[in-house]
Design a binder for this molecule. Structure first.
Ligand SMILES: C[S@@+](CC[C@H](N)C(=O)[O-])C[C@H]1O[C@@H](n2cnc3c(N)ncnc32)[C@H](O)[C@@H]1O
Length: 292
């Protein structure tokens, strides 16, 4: 294989192939794959494209192999082995949910609450931590917080353990079921400031359209019972035993679930309860305060 094909030509061809198979952001995915192969940032890649650079020896073939994988709808993050989340680059792959940009806003709510609490060492627990995304982002951005995380899936737990290690183990990470969180934290029950969760919330019968989600995100990360809200019902009960009076529960959910989540929290005694939009104005997060 000759290397006299320019980066720009390869990117165009890859983007066309991605568009044909329905990948929603074909140009971006082509760029990110090329940047990964070349080991450069997007700025450096753009500069090379503008200067009509060609592929270094051997790397065009590598890129084309990865394009084939992406065209089968294997997630970009599984191919590169990493996902950017807030200030972090997290290791991800088979067996773990790929963290999503919308969850970054949930982290912001938690960081804001932790900062506003005025506590010298506020306690936060992330239930269903997956790659460790929420817990590690909070621990990184609010380093005075004591952050715990619980994960049930043994495969996901291994990814969280790896990410925690890579970041200096700032999170107390426990393998277990979120319904056992009170037993897991022992003496700290009733002394947390924030409980946060991005639980599985897709109704069992609502199979996701995107192949990346349907085929690669683990089922335990996606499906939450007949109406998708099984985990939310557990959280509404468990979180009140974890939090100190006045503590905050913050849950991510589907855009049509806000009213149902508010009802579950209100019926369980949470006051006040509110649903918050994401950057596209869709209702994606509900918070509740455990009354003092
Ligand atoms: C939607 S994913 C979110 C992962 C991560 N928090 C994030 O935002 O990227 C839900 C996570 O909850 C975990 N999970 C599902 N049921 C659980 C349970 N009963 N106890 C603990 N973790 C659970 C799944 O394995 C998965 O990692």
């Amino acid at each position: 294989m000759t290397n006299d094909v320019s980066l720009g030509e390869s990117l165009t061809a890859a983007a066309e192939e991605f568009a044909e198979v329905g990948i929603p952001t074909p140009e971006v995915d082509a760029l990110l794959l090329a940047a990964h192969v070349l080991g450069v940032g997007r700025g450096e890649l753009a500069a090379r494209v503008v200067s009509e650079a060609t592929w270094p020896e051997g790397q065009r073939g590598t890129f084309e192999q990865l394009v084939i994988r992406r065209a089968t709808r294997e997630p970009l993050q599984h191919i590169t082995g990493e996902a950017g989340f807030r200030q972090l680059v997290l290791a991800v792959g088979p067996g773990v949910f790929v963290p999503r940009p919308e969850t970054e806003l949930l982290v912001q709510m938690v960081v804001d609450a932790v900062m506003a609490s005025g506590q010298p060492s506020p306690r936060v627990i992330d239930l269903g931590t997956g790659s460790g995304a929420i817990a590690l982002a909070v621990a990184t951005e609010a380093p005075h917080a004591q952050v715990w995380a619980v994960e049930k899936s043994p495969e996901a737990y291994q990814w969280a353990r790896r990410n925690n290690e890579r970041n200096g183990n700032p999170v107390t990470l426990v393998a277990g079921d979120l319904s056992d969180a009170v037993q897991i934290v022992g003496d700290l029950a009733g002394r947390f400031d924030v409980v946060v969760s991005n639980p599985p919330y897709i109704p069992d019968a609502a199979i996701p359209r995107d192949a990346e989600v349907r085929l690669y995100d683990p089922a335990i990360a996606l499906y939450g019972g007949p109406d998708g809200l099984d985990a939310v019902r557990v959280l509404a009960n468990v979180a009140q035993q974890l939090l100190a009076p006045g503590g905050l529960l913050a849950i991510e959910h589907g855009e049509l679930q806000g009213a149902d989540v508010r009802t579950i929290l209100t019926d369980a005694g949470w006051r006040p309860v509110a649903t918050h939009p994401d950057l596209t104005t869709r209702d994606r997060y509900t918070t509740g305060v455990w009354p003092s």
